[in-house]
Design a protein around this ligand. Sequence first.
Ligand code: FES
Length: 231
Amino acid sequence: MSLKKIIPPEFLEPNWRLWSFVLLIALGILALFAFPMKGYDGYIDPFYSPTVVILPLIGLFRLTCYAFRKYYHRHLFGHPPGCSVSERLNEAKRAYSGETGFFRVENLHRYFMYFSAAILPFFFYDFYLSLFWQHSLALRFGSLFMLADTLAVTIWVFSCHSVRHIIGGRLDCFSCTFASRLGGSVFKFQSRLNARHEALAWASLALIIAADLYIRALAAGLPLDFTILVL
Ligand code: FES
């Protein structure tokens, strides 16, 4: 079988936007391994919770999320450039083939979701641990930062389309299954979050990066933390 049938032409053609994106991700991953930061002063870095080893699975969960798919399909691959446009705008005119061929990997999203959901309790546990500081129970700015990051990631995961599929009864009829047996309340709540899924995806990504940089800044000696309450 020809490689051209498996690998999208975008990977074979010169495309500075695609390759600068790939380079940015590669540099980010390299930096995480080259400059490990398990935590500082009671704060655990979110990228290392519970361990940096599972990062590839979490990364794949993000990469196959619809919010990010929309971005790279439109702006990096131009495939398709918009919802109602079925072909690429350039001369190649390759028809959009959906989640087939190489992009079949996007169908694994629901399995990556299980891994991501499984590590959510670790984020809450890290927040809980950060409250015990210098033999006291203390609320510090950094703990609130970690809580904001934890809640954003949790709400984003819960708003996922795969979660919606599970709550909806794994069927295409959302009004006639498990959802209606639950009174529809969980499904309706999840639907409200799902409608904002894209914003939640970007917000949670920004917050997790900010939390990592914040802990690194503290470790570097920047005076960015303060105590709000000590018991
Ligand atoms: Fe975005 Fe599942 S679709 S996390």
